[in-house]
Design a protein around this ligand. Structure first.
Ligand code: GLN
Length: 453
């Protein structure tokens, strides 16, 4: 814990932590020491972790990196973090993220952007760590913590993991409790770990997963020993290569990495099959309707009365207006407006309902594929390596949204997906591959992920 606290101090320039909690960390570490002395240590005894600022932490400021929650100190602990502390992990502090987890570069945070510890060869340009869990990925990659919690609504665990050569898994929807996590789009949101290795990710997920009566969408089935999946043979597994993910204009190095990944799995005894996911091209537009729709509804609670920021006003309407105009950043306001529009009476059928139908078709594409005996699907994790801060999405937000092209389908279908570091581009930046699994078969992803790692 001490070593990590010093590392955090020395790496403040990355802006990965928005709040350091050294005192709590040392208290927690001492308490774990006492437990170890009594022979009562949990599976994560003494493991120092960073917590994305979307997880409610009792008595410790939790802001979702939004000005509107700037002074919010929860009186409760999220289910996931309580389970980590139950198992002996230690909290080092809260990690930066895109405001309300909306973004792909960690540039929408009210605390400012996060730096990626990786650099292009021969360049000093600071690169983004990806988003929205940019603080989590940067902190793990820079060895400021042994692992971090993260959340993924459309790629926010897997894309930052790919940009920083870390491992990130978004479990099946319902595998982890969402209780005590600031909501973005509730039917897509799922938490998971970002870690230094596939094995570490397996150990962390085991502690984070499980049924929670406080989240009715969490599923009551046993949590397997994920670590036992590491090193398990993948012989005979059928791996789908979806032809629709071979995009026009895809960089040659991504294409090459994808073939290499397939070859490694084949060498380990897996069988490769070409599969078709015909509705892939509609996933991104449908996601950017469903996610903002749910966000506009979830964010209605930030009214200046119940939480955080409260602006001066003459009447209640003005209180809402002033608080929300002052408290939400530009990207969040854009999502609320899009969401409100697509849910409005005149446009509901044309946009929201249509997007929900597309979502069902995307889910069916995957079901058909798994019904043909496919165990997992291999794709690139991102269409490019990390880019420079301020380099993308300035004039056109869609340029940023395109980053999520390989990841959003997985959330739309509620499936588990893991991003594993697999190689580097010509400038020495990390690139990741993604494996998508059958519902609640995260073990398969750990076994296959370890082959690629
Ligand atoms: N980049 C996507 C978005 O901005 C996904 C974010 C996430 O997964 N939280 O919506």
């Amino acid at each position: 814990t001490d070593a990590h606290l010093s590392a955090i101090e020395a790496a403040r320039v990355l802006n990965a932590f928005v709040m350091e909690t050294p005192e709590q960390a040392r208290d927690m570490a001492r308490a774990v020491d006492e437990k170890i002395a009594k022979g009562d240590a949990g599976p994560l005894a003494g493991i120092p972790l960073g917590i994305k600022d979307l997880f409610a932490t009792k008595g410790v400021r939790t802001t979702a990196c939004s000005k509107i929650l700037g002074n919010f100190v929860p009186t409760y602990e999220s289910t996931i973090t309580s389970q980590l502390w139950r198992d002996g992990a230690v909290m080092l502090g809260k990690l930066n993220n895109d405001e309300f987890a909306m973004g792909s570069a960690n540039e929408t945070s009210c605390f400012g952007p996060v730096g990626n510890p990786w650099r292009r060869e021969g360049s000093n340009t600071t690169l983004v760590p990806g988003g929205s869990s940019g603080g989590s990925a940067s902190a793990v990659a820079a060895l400021l913590c042994m692992g971090a919690t993260a959340t993924d609504t459309g790629g926010s665990i897997r894309q930052p993991a790919a940009f920083t050569a870390t491992v990130g898994i978004k479990p099946t929807y319902g595998r982890c409790s969402r209780w005590g996590i600031v909501a973005f789009a509730s039917s897509l949101d799922q938490a998971g770990p970002i870690a230094r290795s596939v094995r570490d990710a397996a150990m962390l997920l085991r502690s984070m997963a499980g049924h929670d009566p406080k989240d009715t969408t969490s599923v009551d089935i046993p949590v397997p020993d994920y670590e036992a999946a590491i090193g398990k043979s993948v012989k005979g597994m059928k791996i789908g290569i979806p032809k629709e993910y071979r995009l026009d204009g895809m960089p040659a190095e991504i294409e090459k990495l994808w073939s290499e990944g397939a070859a490694w799995l084949k060498a380990a005894g897996a069988e490769l099959v070409e599969v078709s996911l015909p509705h892939t091209k509609y996933a991104l537009p449908a996601y950017y309707i469903v996610a903002p729709a749910e966000a506009s509804s979830n964010l209605a609670r930030y009214d200046g009365v119940r939480y955080g920021l409260r602006e001066q006003a003459k009447n209640i309407t003005e209180l809402y207006e002033n608080t929300r105009a002052e408290g939400f950043g530009a990207e969040v306001r854009r999502r609320v407006m899009i969401g409100t529009y697509v849910l409005s009476a005149g446009y509901y059928d044309a946009y929201y309902l249509r997007a929900q139908k597309v979502r069902t078709l995307i889910k069916k594409d995957f079901e058909d594929c798994f019904a043909r005996g496919v165990n997992a699907i291999l794709t690139p994790a991102t269409p490019s390596a990390a880019f420079g801060i301020g380099e993308k999405g300035g004039a056109d937000p869609v340029e940023m949204y395109l980053n999520d092209i390989f990841t959003v389908t997985v959330n739309m279908a509620g499936l588990p997906g893991i991003a594993v570091p697999a190689g580097k581009d010509a400038q020495g930046l990390p690139l990741g591959l993604q494996l998508i699994g059958r519902p609640f078969e995260e073990e398969t992803l750990f076994s296959l992920g370890e082959v690629i790692e």
